[in-house]
Design a protein around this ligand. Structure first.
Ligand code: GDG
Length: 497
């Protein structure tokens, strides 16, 4: 990272751990995932700061656990407090009942409650105050995701002139969906108060630019390629796309470990007859689990010869349990699984193994390693890290990836994956049949191509390229990611024109 930045300050809805009160003491569980892994060393090197909600509601003195956690992490954790009601309105409300469904093109799932917006602004202001009070001039503040879009405008209103970056982990919707948002101009204006706005893919940036051109007057755009410069009267902002990724080596090495190998062997021992198709998703209506189950049902109806020779292992990780739509989704998934299993199960073979829980890392890697097919069919997804993790953990190059063309990972993995429209049940069933019959040589070639891309553009590349775009004097100095750009041009005109 360049020395022009004094310290790195990360702001995200959650701090990188979950804190729980146990009587008089505290328990913390470290956050897992690539973001923490990639950012922690940078924060430690720079003596940085992470601002976020620690998972505890109400006005509680958190200084003792925060001091302890900051000492252990090697960087400072700065908590933002929230009452139960604020959490409901800002997090469950505006973030997850408005922005989440709308940005995934599901506007009919939205609840545009005016009170949510006020709470959202108020919590974004609180994040801004904590950031203002704990940063120094020269610090670079990197804000993450849809919960905190208005942090920069709140900071600017407080007179903070530090350099501010934003990364959106979820998609940015097309204009005709975005226009439904009652606070559309506020959101666009708020984003323009950052100095760098990062999206996952060229698709998302294109949607954003289209919305900007429609709603913001006197806008000019300079440059083309991964990062461009947008000017409005009084402000100049960089806008780029930075496909997030994983710690490739960690997944690849982890999958080769003895304990993972043993678990992988054990899993397949229990399903000896046929090939395993794997689905791994948070419980979420954007992940396309219902359509996927229907596609598997279609496959078994159309290809009776596959019965007993293919098994779907669907892992659904509990998520957002307090939102009614998520509870209904769980019931619907379980009904479908029961129906399909009821129709096809015979002695010694159950077509769908359904796990509604979180797996530990060893088990997850073992499923990745042993499954012959990964079926990853979100209706829309910012990136989808499961697709990349599956490839990195596929040490024997025997796996085939079926991937939704609406996942952010599709442009990067299209040279190896079988891309499908997740709404097209017949097409997904066809891809399953194709993957099932694919010969070893083709699997090896396709997987090898995907692994090379993921290894090259890993999570460290992502952090580095975002920070470089934030501080590079001119965009000429910014590296062009040729392979990624050229692969986008090959995609179908429907999704990537
Ligand atoms: C958002 C965007 C974007 C899953 N099951 C288990 C488990 N996981 C881990 C996976 C993976 C993560 O959860 C899921 O990441 P995704 O990217 O697939 O999806 P979202 O949670 O929706 O993430 C998404 C991402 O942000 C990053 O920008 O890619 O588009 O929606 O890392 O490994 N981990 C463990 N047990 C499980 O059972 N330990």
């Amino acid at each position: 990272m360049n020395d022009e930045i004094r310290r790195l300050v990360i702001a995200s809805n959650r701090l990188p751990f979950v804190l729980e009160r146990l009587g008089d003491s505290w328990r913390s569980t470290p956050g897992s995932g690539g973001l923490v892994t990639a950012l922690a060393p940078v924060l430690r090197d720079r003596g940085g700061l992470w601002v976020g909600w620690p998972g505890i509601v109400g006005d509680v003195d958190l200084s003792p656990p925060m001091a302890y956690l900051s000492r252990n992490a090697g960087f400072t954790m700065q908590p933002v407090s929230m009452s139960q009601e604020e959490l409901e309105m800002y997090y469950r409300g505006l973030s997850n009942e408005v922005l989440w469904p709308l940005f995934h093109d599901l506007q009919s799932y939205c609840n545009f409650e005016p009170a949510y917006w006020k709470a959202y602004l108020s919590i974004n202001r609180r994040f801004a105050s904590v950031i203002r009070d704990s940063t120094l001039p020269g610090d670079f503040v990197w804000v993450h995701d849809y919960h905190l879009i208005c942090v920069a405008s709140e900071l600017r209103a407080m007179g903070v002139s530090s350099s501010l970056g934003f990364f959106l982990h979820i998609p940015f919707p097309p204009l005709d969906i975005f226009v439904k948002l009652p606070w559309r101009t506020e959101i666009l204006r708020a984003l323009l108060d950052f100095d760098l706005i990062g999206f996952q893919t060229a698709r998302d940036r294109r949607n954003f630019m289209h919305c900007l051109r429609t709603f913001v007057r006197d806008l000019t755009v300079e440059g083309k390629g991964q990062v461009v410069t947008v000017s409005v009267p009084g402000r100049t902002v960089r806008v780029g796309y930075f496909p997030i990724s994983i710690d490739y080596d960690e997944f690849s090495l982890g999958a080769r470990s003895e304990e993972v190998s043993e678990t992988a062997w054990y899993i397949h021992e229990k399903i000896p007859e046929g090939k395993i198709v794997l689905g791994v998703d948070r419980l979420d209506y954007t992940k396309g689990i219902r359509y996927r189950l229907r596609a598997f049902d279609h496959l078994l109806r159309e290809h009776p010869d596959l019965r007993g020779r293919i098994t779907l292992v669907q892992i659904v990780v509990p998520s957002r349990r307090d939102i009614p739509m998520y509870r209904d989704l769980k019931i619907e998934i379980e009904r479908l699984v029961g129906e399909i299993n009821g129709r096809f199960t015979v002695s010694g073979w159950v077509p769908i193994h359904y796990l509604h829980r979180s797996l530990d890392r060893r088990e997850l890697l073992a499923y990745y390693r042993t499954a012959e097919i990964a079926l990853i069919t979100p209706l829309k997804d910012g990136m989808n890290l499961v697709a990349k993790e599956y490839c990195a953990a596929n040490t024997e190059l025997t796996g085939a990836l079926i991937l939704s063309e609406f996942a952010g990972a599709a442009p990067q993995l299209q040279r190896g994956a079988l891309l499908v429209n997740p709404y097209d049940i017949e097409e997904v069933a066809g891809a399953l049949f194709r993957a099932w019959s694919m010969d070893a040589e083709e699997r090896r070639e396709r997987m090898n191509r995907m692994q090379q891309t993921i290894q090259r553009y890993d999570i460290y590349w992502w952090v580095d390229s975002f920070l470089r775009a934030a501080i590079a004097g001119t965009l000429d100095a910014f590296p062009v990611i040729e392979e990624y750009q050229s692969s986008i041009n090959l995609l179908s005109p429907v999704e990537f024109d």
